[in-house]
Design a binder for this molecule. Sequence first.
Ligand code: PRP
Length: 176
Amino acid sequence: MKETVEIFISEAELKTRIDELAFKINNDYKGETLHIICILKGSIFFTCELAKRLTVPVEIDFMQVSSYGDGTESSGQIKIIKDLDSPVTGKHIMIIEDILDSGRTLSRLIEYLKTKNPAGISVCTLLDKPSRREYPVKADYNGFEIEDRFVVGFGLDYAQRYRNLPYIGILNFEED
Ligand code: PRP
């Protein structure tokens, strides 16, 4: 099988939309310090591009989690591969995701972060696939609502590859 990638959301479209999201976030968080949490690995590119455009004071931390293989209850535990480096008590935290799919990761992450008593929790995702949702979570900031397509690039992978593409592409499999 040969893999091909067709451009779905171009570099220019990503830039324009991230500009818009940052503008809104800067307005909404005026006067506050925003503690953003990049969810590894997929969110690294989006987090960097978004953070560069934020003008409110920003702190950045990273988490890596896995929510699979732990049963299907939304109240189930997440497996934390990398936890926060510093406490978030009393902070305005924003979870940065590359994609919101079933919502399982996010619902569990929110439950976990609530136990840390932040001042508030918001979610910013670059992509949202609402048709795939199994858990009732919503993003406060969403770059693009998309159909259920196999997307790669700008952080998103297929078998750990394609994350470095500067655009969002659709991965197609073709016979050799
Ligand atoms: C992806 C994505 C979200 C999650 C979304 O991460 O970054 O965290 O899946 O899916 P869900 O809404 O169905 O939970 P993934 O586990 O692929 O890890 P990665 O970011 O390291 O690629």
